[in-house]
Design a protein around this ligand. Structure first.
Ligand code: GLC
Length: 600
């Protein structure tokens, strides 16, 4: 490969003033925690349960409704129900139809491996026997039973991981909790984070309740925090508390503030979020069955079983877990429609769960016909759109295929033909299953796919982002609620990121880089290398972890069509991350007539 690149123009870096902020660097992490994630990564499918006094209200109070499309568990805040009044409403909770065995059986038969139940939601009411406050289902209502105790026992018996949701920052009942601004005067201005009332709430309610949950209910698979704690220190306090009580208990990413560096054991996406894939930190997406988490008698916008099955396959093929919600009624009954949908999804899982559990993500790009998962030397093709000509194309599989068969009929053999980059699988005329049929390819050795090559669009522009990035060393493709998808965790020259880009129109191009850097990351040096030309740059901060800005890198003259390697790496070692890199872009700046392209 011959490559001549020359710098045409100098490089301009915008000067900018770093804003002071209250964010600190990456939080301390126990490097051994990765081992605890194994069961979670294998499980793929969990049941979320939103259940509390709001379920009893079912989306209506005093003739006023929580509109469909809003979260019914937010009724107290949405309709500004006074604390004293909500407390009386909570007394009416009497879920006599609650049957822990049936709930656990429903999760299990649907193929779910863990259950996450709201131990305390934002309304502040404890759905278990808390000694911290009588405002709990055993002491406050006539029900007198502890549903979490019953559920945890049933889970253990059924081999399902019992997990709890705990609203740690938000509490509309406690005068120091976050969120109730209709009953309490909690407009604490700039001292919000460390206001003594908030600290009091944390110390006298949130932490003691979490301690109870991790002490009295046997092993807890994970704690699902929500709506992020204010400061990294406060978030880490909860992490440390959970770790000290039950080291193996996982912690979701919402324990920390969404704008800050990720803490916890795995990333929680936004509600109903569906990352495009390619993330190197494990993640889970919480999703609703209709448009609310807590039960609403008005919301009939149920997703179909087909949608649920396809979403499960989509999430798993993109490398995450699917936490699917149910909103039981106040009397403890699970709505019939929920059960019908779950049973159908469960039937599909019964036949096809081999393609879900213990798999890793689709190694190819987007597949027009469906989804793909991998387990050792097996590829599972979850086919949604059965090809009319009976031929399924897979591009970029490097291995030889030893054996191919439908998962529904492992003894029948399918013909596979390999032609260069394309592997063709000859399928039976009719799809054996619905809405996804699974075909298994057993390959020689570990699954290997051709490296991804970015192809510029018709105008010659290309964006290089986390999706097509090949990270090395400690550099990771990541997600943050505020910061979106980015590449970080790099501290030294071994931690780099690389792209392959097919530039087939020679000419002059401009290269730009889009990143964010915290103010104390400013001044670090990095290298951007394309082909054999290298640029040395200095990190400039726009004042925050996720205040992205685009900076020019330089101009390059590409005289030969080729596949070029573009690399970004920190120049020296350091404590701090280099940057949060969102993307690089390459764009032609003029049509180089002498190179014979782009003639009008
Ligand atoms: C949102 C809602 C909350 C719900 C959660 C589930 O944070 O505000 O009510 O529990 O999503 O992911």
């Amino acid at each position: 490969m011959r490559l001549i690149i020359s710098i045409i123009t100098g490089i301009v870096l915008f000067a900018c003033t770093a804003q002071p902020d209250n964010q600190t660097g990456p939080a301390e992490v126990d490097n051994n925690r990765e081992q605890y994630l194994d069961w979670f990564k294998d499980s793929k499918f969990g049941m979320f349960i939103h259940w509390g006094p709001y379920s009893n209200l079912a989306g209506e109070w005093n003739g006023k409704q929580v509109p469909v499309g809003s979260n019914a568990e937010w009724i107290m805040k949405n309709l500004k129900i006074p604390v004293t009044e909500y407390r009386e409403l909570a007394r009416e909770m009497n879920p006599v139809e609650f049957n822990a065995r049936e709930w656990v059986e429903l999760a299990k038969s649907t193929g779910m491996k863990y259950i996450v139940i709201t131990a305390k939601h934002h309304d502040g009411f404890a759905m278990y026997h808390s000694k911290v406050t009588p405002y709990n289902i055993v002491d406050w209502t006539q029900f007198k039973r502890d549903p979490l105790k019953e559920l945890s026992d049933e889970c253990r018996e059924a081999g399902i991981k019992f997990c709890v949701y705990y609203s740690h920052r938000e509490d509309w009942d406690h005068p120091g909790g976050y969120g109730n601004n209709w009953d309490y005067d909690n407009d604490w201005g700039s001292d919000l984070y460390h206001h003594e009332k908030f600290e009091k709430y944390l110390e006298e309610k949130a932490k003691p309740q979490l301690t109870e949950l991790l002490t009295d209910y046997g092993p807890v698979g994970l704690v699902w925090f929500d709506r992020g704690m204010y400061t990294p220190e406060q978030g880490m306090d909860f992490v440390r508390l959970v770790n000290s009580l039950q080291p193996a208990t996982l912690i979701n990413g919402r324990v920390g503030h969404y704008n800050q560096e990720f803490i916890g054991d795995y990333q929680s996406t936004n509600d109903n979020g569906m990352p495009p894939g390619g993330l190197e930190e494990y993640w889970e997406t919480p999703q609703t069955l209709n448009q609310t988490w807590g039960y609403s008698k008005f919301d009939k916008s149920w997703k179909s079983p087909e949608t649920i099955i396809c979403r499960l396959a989509e999430v798993v093929s993109r490398g995450g877990n699917y936490l699917l919600n149910i909103g039981p009624q106040g009397n403890g009954e699970i709505p019939d429609t929920t059960i019908t949908i779950f049973r159908k999804a469960g039937d599909w899982m019964e036949r096809n769960s081999e393609s879900i559990y213990g798999t890793t993500a689709n190694p190819f790009g987007e597949l027009s016909w469906g989804y793909c998962t991998v387990k050792n030397n097996r590829l599972f093709l979850l086919i949604r759109d059965w090809p009319a000509d009976g031929k399924l194309n897979i591009e970029g599989l490097q291995n030889q295929v030893k054996n191919a068969y439908p998962l529904s009929d492992v003894s029948s053999k399918l013909t596979v033909v390999k032609e260069g980059e394309i592997t063709y699988v000859e399928l039976p005329a009719k799809a054996p299953d619905h809405p996804l049929s699974v075909v298994v390819l057993e390959v020689e050795g570990a699954v290997k796919v051709s490296p991804r090559v970015v192809t510029p669009d018709a105008e010659g522009k290309a964006e290089l982002n986390y999706l097509t990035a090949d990270t090395k060393g400690e550099a990771k493709t990541r997600y943050n609620r505020k910061g979106g998808f980015h590449i970080s965790k790099w501290r030294g020259p071994e931690d780099s990121v690389e792209w392959l880009i097919n530039i087939d129109k020679p000419g002059k191009y401009q290269l730009k880089i889009d990143y964010a850097a915290n103010s104390d990351w400013e001044g670090k040096e990095y290298e951007v290398k394309i082909g054999n030309h290298s640029y040395r740059k200095t990190v400039v901060s726009d004042g925050g972890y996720f205040n992205y800005r685009e900076f020019p890198v330089g101009y390059i003259d590409i005289v030969e069509s080729d596949i070029y390697t573009l690399t970004v790496r920190p120049m020296g070692e350091g404590e701090k991350y280099l940057m949060h890199l969102r993307s690089l872009s390459i764009e032609p700046v003029e049509k180089a007539k002498s190179h014979g392209w782009g003639v009008e």
